[in-house]
Design a protein around this ligand. Structure first.
Ligand code: AMP
Ligand code: MN
Ligand code: MN
Ligand code: MN
Length: 286
């Protein structure tokens, strides 16, 4: 085992809105020097079985995870669950409800885009989805491919965020539900990419307190979407609220070249890693 294993605790596969299969994601992570990888698809755990098999083959330690969509105070937040038991019935019932909402929301997104003059968005988005969830990412890929926007960043700004023609507000899990499902399934709940939410600092602190009050234990201090300043700020929050620190790329595939797997992710001094009390990872030298 390497002296200091390389952890990446947030990643996506084709079962949600990533572009690599679980097998390809795990192989790429291993090749890029990741020792411990959490696969955390949006509202689904169906990629974990394949990822676990491949991880054993390539000597990587796979952490079973999920990223749950939450509505809190009218805003969408994401909660990552780490080391969950994917067989837990309560967790699966909750995730099934969120996936059903995704299907209805997708139909409504398509209706709104049609009113805006864009036809065939539902079938178009579905063609980019190979797993059981429909994501705005799939609509985004369709819209870019159909020439309605230049790239993924622009397409969200033009169509898929608040006050844009294809935006439908979320009715996701409550914070209590999401943390409760993760804890019931034996996992640790972690706030995903905390610096990315478009809320005031006061609101974010209230959210962190509410999260901790219902059993959340960690916060992503290092994230693929965090600046150096964000990392420092979130490390302060981790200390202030007594939360464990996590790090994850939030990798979605090689097309998103700014978020690579295996990029060095070092937690600032003073952070207590979320893996502090985990058993030693099962890693073999490649
Ligand atoms: P959904 O959960 O279906 O509402 O989709 C959210 C997903 O869209 C996130 O997990 C990201 O992968 C992606 N996303 C959100 N905003 C952006 C953006 N501005 N640029 C690229 N991808 C985005
Ligand atoms: Mn995503
Ligand atoms: Mn997220
Ligand atoms: Mn994510």
């Amino acid at each position: 085992m390497p002296a200091s294993p390389h952890y990446d605790l947030h990643s996506h596969t084709t079962l949600s809105d990533g572009t690599l299969s679980p097998q390809d994601l795990v192989c790429r992570a291993r090749a890029q020097g990741v020792d411990v990888l959490a696969v955390t698809d949006h509202d689904v755990t169906d990629g974990l079985a394949e990822a676990t098999v491949t991880a054993a083959e390539v000597g990587l330690h796979l952490v079973p995870g999920v990223e749950i969509s939450v509505t809190w105070s009218g805003v969408t937040f994401h909660i990552v669950g780490l080391n969950i038991d994917p067989a837990h019935a309560g967790l699966q019932a909750g995730l099934a409800r969120l996936r059903a909402f995704r299907t209805e929301r997708g139909e409504e997104i398509a209706r709104r885009l049609e009113k805006h003059g864009i036809e065939g968005a539902l079938a178009g988005a579905q063609a980019f989805a190979s797993g059981p969830i429909l994501s705005r990412t799939h609509f985004a890929r369709f819209l870019v491919a159909a020439g309605h926007a230049q790239d993924m960043r622009k397409v969200f700004r033009k169509f898929l965020i608040h006050n844009r023609p294809g935006y439908v507000s979320g009715h996701w899990a409550t914070l209590e539900e999401a943390v409760g499902w993760i804890v019931a399934a034996g996992g640790q709940a972690v706030i995903a990419h905390p610096a990315r939410y478009r809320v005031s600092a006061t609101r974010l602190r209230q959210f962190i307190e509410a999260f901790r009050d219902c059993g959340g234990v960690g916060i992503e201090v290092v994230s693929g979407s965090h600046s150096a300043g964000d990392v420092a700020g979130m490390a302060q929050y981790a200390k202030r609220y007594g939360l464990l620190a996590s790090c994850g790329s939030d990798y979605h595939g090689p097309e998103q070249s700014w978020q690579e797997l295996g990029r060095p992710m070092v937690l600032p001094a003073g952070c207590v890693p979320v893996w502090n009390d985990w058993p030693a990872p099962d890693v073999q030298q490649p």
